[in-house]
Design a protein around this ligand. Sequence first.
Ligand code: FMN
Length: 197
Amino acid sequence: MKKVFALMGSPRKNKNTDKLLNFLLEGIRTLDYDIEKIYIKDLDIHSCTGCDHCGKYGNCVFKDDMSIVYDGFDNSEIVIFSAPLYFNSINGMSKNIVDRCQKYWSIKYSLGKNYKRNERRKGIFLSVGGAPYTHNHFDGTVGVMDLFFKAINVDYIGNYFISNTDETPIEERIDVINEIKEIGENIDKVGNFYIHR
Ligand SMILES: Cc1cc2nc3c(=O)[nH]c(=O)nc-3n(C[C@H](O)[C@H](O)[C@H](O)COP(=O)(O)O)c2cc1C
């Protein structure tokens, strides 16, 4: 069975980032996918120290819960990352995971090895920001997520962003709930999307 690996990056369970992810997964659940959802908050993950162990050996010097995340990235057809906007970027706990993906960069570009180069896999990024809507509200996140999805060799096909969550929480946004569920139900067919509500 094809697998979806979903990361929830907010320290607040059952709030906007988590709920947005859950609505997408609810849609995907109508299809034939094995879904694994992980709360980053529950994992013990060391920050990258830039030691370049991965540049020499192709693996990380730290043996911690990142092994669960590497396993998810290595064995899924769809990777979904849901993270809140903190200081115009993804929050630190989520960025910590991204930095630990230096291992993949090293495998490919320092060691010259193949990592899933020819597999077509999909990556989707979800984010919420407390401040009111401005057209460039999430611009600070996209460059980070672009390099992240490139590192793990996943096609970055979708962004779904919601502004103003401090004023109007997602459970009051019926338009958003219906739209994101519908994307989930059609995940096999959707083309590239950038949606900001
Ligand atoms: C440390 C911190 C930094 C934040 N920075 C921003 C920001 O730069 N822009 C913004 O729109 N909201 C910002 N927020 C608000 C959060 O994006 C908002 O509360 C969001 O709903 C958090 O996601 P959650 O509800 O899933 O926890 C920040 C919140 C915190 C705690």
